[in-house]
Ligand binder design. Structure first.
Ligand code: CA
Length: 229
């Protein structure tokens, strides 16, 4: 069963989200506080996607995201944010969320985001492709979807993995932000280009020797990014 956790303290919004996810064929687990959400995820480790409201009594959605990511890099996480502040989006993504949806959102928009993330998190079993891409010091295993740098495992979210794979399959090629958005998030994704920058910033923190002076993922000013391993 395709299981999604919905953390939202406002009953009417939670019911609305649950109803629409159920209609789209998802099985839902509901939580009204961050603490409860974490408890439910412990009891249901098979949960593939979590929708996290940001403003909550008790610990907030960012903290829940951080705690999920401390032990689980694979779960798909979408933040539900009431505010459109750029900082909120950035904070959410930097704490490890894969995506965000700003309230108010339409049922179609929400399920499209969940579907996209579910596909990306390996929800629909694809033919296992075997193989490794080795570009010292990086080794990307496309079967296990893992990355090593100098033989040490670097934990990546699904989105970060997709970005790394795209880069390593296109060494030395300048990729525009639009192209990265299309390749990683899909052509049917109506997100903002900002999400590309934030994910790359987060990825750099994990893979670069010196984040202030990145040498693997370099910026192509006014255009996008380039992989230089
Ligand atoms: Ca709330």
């Amino acid at each position: 069963m395709r299981k999604v956790l919905v953390l939202e303290d406002e009953d009417n919004i939670r019911s609305f989200v649950v109803l629409n996810l159920n209609r789209a064929g998802y099985d839902t687990l509901e939580a009204t506080t961050g603490e409860e959400a974490l408890e439910i995820l412990r009891e249901h480790p098979e949960t593939r996607i979590a929708l996290l409201d940001v403003n909550l009594p008790g610990i907030d959605g960012f903290e829940v995201c951080r705690r999920i990511r401390a032990t689980n890099s694979k779960m798909g996480i979408i933040m539900l944010t009431a505010r459109t502040l750029e900082m909120d989006k950035v904070t959410g993504l930097m704490t490890g969320a894969d995506d965000y949806v700003t309230k108010p959102f339409s049922p179609a928009e929400l399920t499209a985001r969940v579907d996209a993330l579910y596909r990306r998190s390996g929800g629909e079993e694809k033919q296992a492709d075997s193989g490794e891409i080795f570009q010292p010091p990086f080794l990307l295993n496309t079967r296990n979807r893992t990355l090593e740098k100098d033989g040490k495992r670097i934990k990546l979210t699904q989105v970060e993995y997709s970005i790394m794979r795209m880069f390593m399959e296109n060494p030395g090629k300048a990729l525009s932000r639009e192209e990265i958005l299309d390749r990683v998030w899909g052509r049917d994704y109506f997100g903002e280009l900002k999400i590309v920058d934030v994910n790359i910033r987060r990825l750099r923190l994990k893979i670069e020797d010196n984040v202030q002076n990145p040498t693997f993922i370099t910026t192509v000013w006014g255009y996008g990014y380039k992989w230089d391993a």
